[in-house]
Design a protein around this ligand. Structure first.
Ligand code: GLU
Ligand code: MG
Length: 637
């Protein structure tokens, strides 16, 4: 989850003293990059996915599953046996926030040919197999977005008590610091976010009210002032970064051919974020309770919210410069392409000096305000050895701020002196149980970018509407119940990337009929007379493409999954998990997930992921047969 520097981390007070230095040099570093590569074009499509994994241990005798705090050792071995031994190794492994997490990507980015889509799932299987091979027999790597009993007593192996004392990183009542990755970046982030904010982070997730759930549902925390004040009735209260960043997701990064293509894709995909997030919903349970949300987004957002009371608007501005309307982890606040300009209707807080400096350096308004907005944030971590840098050849200060703006989309300038082009990262998706599903979501998104570019599609709506969609997307069963603002006429024609889209307008002048509320089924599958549907558009694109039979078959299976999830014919992971718990013989309709229920759920998830049992409600029944009855052998056998 961002830049990993080695060295001695500074405290918040020390980091704060260097904040202006980091920002000033971060901007100089950005300018060096920008001037060096702003005219780069003709980069080819390259792309890659990132899957985050949890390590779990099953205690079959006591029917208990725990998160294993061995991520650092497992990662070390994976890297040693993999990339360090063979630069062409097919997988790459990186640390993640939890000491029970690892992150895997393909060893090399995928290229632009259609047949690459047929290698994604295979690569994901390799990753799962590779990581699994290092674990003990009763352990597994799971692709679950949120661990249902995260923060419950004894949820880690080895077990640790939380340490809500001064000096701890989280000071959490529930989440022990030992569950944080041992690389100093992660505990420093945790501690500095808390110090900057001036109190522990506060996460309140609405509880799902079942027949026997106490109403009001109230947990008392008499021993902890902060918790007593912050926890809300009818909510599951959490108080640590780990409750958010300790969740897993599925991300995709693309290299665009030029900066303007990257800006165009950034904008277009921003509107798709809430839609795909709802379609990928996989996190209904928190701290041992059934919640009323299906997606992790708001939880992570609150878990890293370092804004002070002044910045949050709770006190008059005295020591801080701005009111800031969102957490660092949130949806994007401005479009970057010329076509997006007229839809930029969110009040954007920017660092005015930085904005002026960027304009003076020849950067246009939209890009300048984007960067000046990211740079209202303070650096959260800084390493003593990394304060004075060579701005022409390093970008750590830029990356420091950039990579702790965890937004739905990320616009990524090339690293200095590299042959990497301008990239865009798509970040909202929840990770799915199986490699098949994860491949399906990834392929869907990548294909969508191809279609957006080939057909010059335009999904833009006012950004405030995208924000409203983000809120709807996280609600329970949003995929079937939610209504989302979406553009009606997406085929505007004209060469949007090259020509821009004419003069900016004030959003209040927009004809209101450009967008309307649609269900996900309508957006994805289309509805006669209302909207053509993304899947039908992808299908017609595929029909016109040269694709080998095997790849076509895989892609069609992936799209079928997305289609059926959107129509409700198949369940989202969140819905399936809810039903699993609701039907568990131990469940008392009181919204409580016991150790034993958690054990059976995660065991089942692991069996599904390893194809030891079928799960037609989630995956359908025909997909796998179609895929694996062909001549191509399943490489995991
Ligand atoms: N795990 C985080 C999430 O679920 C993302 C961390 C990262 O940026 O890699 O969104
Ligand atoms: Mg990550």
């Amino acid at each position: 989850m961002g830049l990993l520097s080695q060295g001695s981390p500074l405290s918040w007070e020390e980091t704060k003293r260097h904040a202006d230095h980091v920002r000033r040099h971060g901007i100089l570093q950005f300018l060096h990059i920008y001037h060096a590569v702003k005219d780069r074009h003709k980069d080819v499509l390259k792309w890659g996915d990132e899957v985050e994994y949890m390590l779990v241990s099953f205690d079959h005798e006591n029917k208990k599953v725990q998160l294993v705090l061995s991520g650092e050792e497992v990662l070390e071995t994976l890297q040693e046996k993999g990339e360090r031994t063979n630069p062409n190794h097919p997988t790459l492994w990186r640390p993640e926030y939890g000491s029970y997490m690892i992150e895997g990507t393909p060893g090399q980015p995928y290229g632009g040919t259609m047949s690459e889509f047929n290698t994604v799932e295979d690569n994901m299987r390799k990753r799962r197999k590779e990581a699994t091979s290092l674990l003990e027999e009763n352990q597994a790597v799971c692709t679950i977005t949120s661990f249902p009993r995260l923060g419950c007593p004894g949820f880690t192996l080895p077990e640790y008590k939380p340490n809500p004392v001064e000096g701890g990183a989280s000071k959490s009542l529930f989440f022990p610091d030992e569950a944080i990755n041992k690389h100093p970046r992660f505990s420093t982030l945790t501690r500095n976010i808390r110090h900057r904010r001036g109190e522990k982070v506060v996460i309140n997730v609405p509880i799902f009210k079942d027949k026997n759930t106490p109403s009001p549902f109230i947990e008392a925390f008499p021993e902890d002032d902060e918790a007593a004040r912050a926890s809300k009735p009818d909510h599951i209260y959490m108080d640590a970064m780990g409750f958010g960043m300790g969740n897993c997701c599925l991300q995709v990064t693309f290299q665009a051919c030029s900066i303007s293509e990257a800006r165009y894709l950034y904008d277009q995909l921003a509107t798709i974020c809430p839609i795909v997030m709802a379609l990928s919903a996989a996190s209904p349970f928190y701290r041992g309770y059934v919640s009323d949300i299906d997606c992790r987004w708001g939880v992570i957002s609150a878990s890293v919210d370092d804004r002070t009371r002044e910045e949050r608007g709770l006190e008059p501005l005295k020591n801080n410069n701005y009111r800031i309307s969102k957490s660092r982890y949130d949806s994007i606040d401005s479009y970057l392409s010329e076509c997006g300009e007229k839809y930029n209707d969110i009040n954007l807080t920017i660092d005015k000096e930085i904005y002026e400096q960027l304009l003076q350096e020849g950067i246009d308004h939209l890009l300048a305000q984007h960067v000046a907005h990211l740079f209202i944030r303070d650096p959260l971590t800084l390493f003593e050895e990394k304060i004075h840098l060579d701005d022409a050849n390093e970008s750590d200060h830029f990356e420091n701020i950039q990579s702790t703006n965890w937004q739905t989309m990320r616009f990524k300038p090339p690293p200095p002196n590299s042959d990497i082009g301008w990239r865009v990262e798509f970040r909202p998706m929840e990770v799915q149980l199986t490699d098949f599903e994860n491949s399906a979501y990834v392929v869907f998104v990548v294909l969508l970018t191809r279609v957006i570019l080939s057909y010059k599609l335009d999904f833009l709506i006012p950004l405030s509407k995208v924000d409203e969609n983000m809120k709807v997307a996280q609600k329970r069963d949003a995929v079937l119940q939610g209504m989302f603002y979406f553009r009606k006429d997406i085929c505007k024609g004209g060469n949007a990337v090259v020509d821009g889209c004419g003069k900016a307008q004030n959003s209040s002048e927009l004809p209101p009929e450009e967008y309307t509320l649609m269900s996900i089924d309508t957006i994805i599958n289309g509805k006669e007379g209302v909207f053509p549907g993304l899947i039908p558009i992808l299908n017609s694109y595929l029909e016109n493409m040269e694709v080998d039979v095997d790849t076509r078959c895989s892609i069609l299976n992936y799209l079928k999954l997305i289609k059926k999830r959107a129509s409700g014919e198949l369940m989202t992971v969140a819905k399936w998990m809810r039903e699993f718990i609701a039907n568990h013989p131990d469940y008392k309709q009181d919204s409580v997930i016991t150790d034993e229920m958690n054990y059976s759920l995660i065991l089942k998830c692991n069996q599904i992921a390893n194809e030891l049992c079928e799960c037609p409600e989630l995956l359908g029944s025909s997909f796998r047969k179609v895929k694996y009855s062909g001549s191509k052998p399943d490489s995991s056998n």
